[in-house]
Design a protein around this ligand. Sequence first.
Ligand SMILES: CCCC/C=C/CC(=O)SCCNC(=O)CCNC(=O)[C@H](O)C(C)(C)COP(=O)(O)OP(=O)(O)OC[C@H]1O[C@@H](n2cnc3c(N)ncnc32)[C@H](O)[C@@H]1OP(=O)(O)O
Length: 391
Amino acid sequence: MAAVTLRRARCWCPSLLQVFRFPVAQVHLGRPTMRASQQDFENAMNQVKLLKQDPGNQVKLKLYALYKQATDGPCNVPKPGVFDLVNKAKWEAWNSLGNLPKETARQNYVDLVSSLSPSSEASSQGKRGADEKVQESKDIVVTSEDGITKIMLNRPAKKNALTFEMYKEIILTLKNASTDNSAIAVFTGAGDYYCSGNDLTNFTSAAGGMEEAANQGAVVLREFVNSFIDFPKPLVAVVNGPAVGIAVTLLGLFDAVYASDKATFHTPFSHLGQSPEACSSYTFPKMMGSAKATEMLLFGKKLTAREAWAQGLVSEVFPDSTFEKEVWTRLRAYAKLPPNSMRISKELIRNNEKEKLHAVNAEECTTLKARWLSEECINAIMNFVSRKAKL
Ligand SMILES: CCCC/C=C/CC(=O)SCCNC(=O)CCNC(=O)[C@H](O)C(C)(C)COP(=O)(O)OP(=O)(O)OC[C@H]1O[C@@H](n2cnc3c(N)ncnc32)[C@H](O)[C@@H]1OP(=O)(O)O
């Protein structure tokens, strides 16, 4: 779907731009009225152009659908093709309004824009500094202390979903951490999630279209997973909450996995029309047996932390109330152990499988590249992205 920001709409989503292309003027919306006038409607369209923050894809789809319903009535154009993600998502949002009367759609549009305005007014009243600070926060925060390189996924508003940029940042971070003076590297998440896996809009928001995004994705993924296979120091996951997709499969390449008892482990690959990655097609059957691995990787069974521990995916589960304190105390102690001994021992454990893991990674990436272009996957991503737009 249309994971476009208002900025990007100008370059490759003209029809979406038409909804918002009006001379910029300082206007103040009338308060939501029972029946929005044409002038209220036009003011609302201008107000959208003045929003200081991107309202998110679902809201933009709603605005588009209500605009079309208010101006053209019920959806009256043929459904776009399966690969035309942007227009298909917009068509579905408009079509989902059915026979909603034009006047009602106009009122709903004005009300929706009014609900967005307080935030823009707030930012125009000098609160912009606070917003910009949030917007400037990095998606990956790396700190080095007590012999530990801590890599925190810091995109809590999106459940720490991984963007292409984050993959590339992590590759670089692991490269640096493999030679810096830290003894171990630790991944964790900010907010209530560890990580909800790949950002499903990575492919739909790419300017070059799905084909190019899939090619790029396969290259990035292969390098990303290789950076975990080849990382020479102890690699620990502090799973502070739910983990989805690649956040789970990567754990097979970690040396220790500590989980809060509120963490869950979910790999909905079949639901998404995709296939396993991060060497999990090899590490999971080896770790837990093919029957349990199949339940996760094919059937998408979500595991609790204790179930993940029982299947060998998690080293230890801690009560959430004491999780951070207990785990970081332990890791600070581990980081004081002789680093060369830890590195050499890891080499003995992992080296005899490195070649196999590289080969598995290559095969998984080739398979996934094809899956990303399949109708099963595209439909699943469309359903996810437009799930909130269905009014
Ligand atoms: C190039 C390398 C590719 C490697 C491939 C890897 C394969 C995978 O990782 S597949 C797994 C992908 N992940 C998912 O399928 C999870 C999708 N997300 C969800 O199912 C739900 O968001 C959730 C169960 C994680 C959380 O649900 P909840 O209702 O609590 O919160 P939401 O309102 O859904 O989420 C808040 C916010 O975050 C956005 N978001 C969450 N996860 C993702 C994601 N994976 N991709 C993109 N966006 C995500 C969600 O859309 C919400 O955003 P808005 O506030 O803008 O609506």
